[in-house]
Design a protein around this ligand. Structure first.
Ligand SMILES: Nc1ncnc2c1ncn2[C@@H]1O[C@H](COP(=O)(O)OP(=O)(O)O)[C@@H](O)[C@H]1O
Ligand SMILES: [Mg+2]
Length: 162
């Protein structure tokens, strides 16, 4: 379902990812471990083009892209197929918990407002934060903010289960 072939990422002269090959089957749960600063986050960031990889090929589901030939549409399509929980949560500070979770569905997946907010409420329920729908990140605990970050990654509008 996910395949990386010869994926490299250089920051100037620093070769952070050196021709990585990786294949993950549907339903597999994979953990990437290693010392701090070895490129785990960079690898994940490359898969949805938060970083432009230097070289290689990436496949998610039925989409395969050569990272140097990826069109704007390919990049958007890759982002629709992936979800990301950031280490520092990276919530929008001017948006409520509900709005943070609905944002992707509204902007990336272009769901109508009512449907996006309804889905966001379901997710808030699942992560135990139904009562925090209208709370802003600054008024939530670290753990609550982290759960909103997870909730945001759960809010994928893609039809595939990727
Ligand atoms: N934007 C960047 N510019 C230059 N170097 C970077 C950048 N992002 C990450 N790095 C470097 O790449 C290496 C891997 O970082 P990272 O992927 O965040 O590591 P990990 O997630 O495994 O702790 C580190 O040496 C880091 O300093
Ligand atoms: Mg990291």
């Amino acid at each position: 379902m996910i395949k990386l072939e010869s994926l490299s990422k250089h920051f100037g002269k620093a070769v952070v990812l050196d021709s990585i090959d990786l294949a993950i089957e549907e339903g597999e749960i994979v953990v990437i471990i290693g010392p701090s600063g070895t490129g785990k986050s960079t690898l994940l960031r490359c898969v949805n083009f938060l970083e432009q990889p230097t070289k290689g090929t990436m496949t998610v589901g039925d989409l395969t892209v050569d990272v140097n030939r990826a069109s704007r549409a390919d990049i958007l399509s890759m982002r629709r197929r992936t979800a990301f929980v950031f280490q520092n949560y990276a919530l929008f500070s001017n948006k409520t918990a509900l709005q943070n979770i609905a944002e992707r569905l509204l902007v990336v997946d272009r769901w109508p407002k009512e449907k996006a907010y309804q889905r966001a409420r379901e997710i808030l329920e699942q992560i135990g934060l139904a009562d925090k729908a209208d709370a802003y990140p600054a008024s939530m605990s670290g753990g609550q903010q982290q759960r909103v970050g997870i909730g945001r990654a759960m809010a994928t509008g893609a039809t595939s289960s990727v």
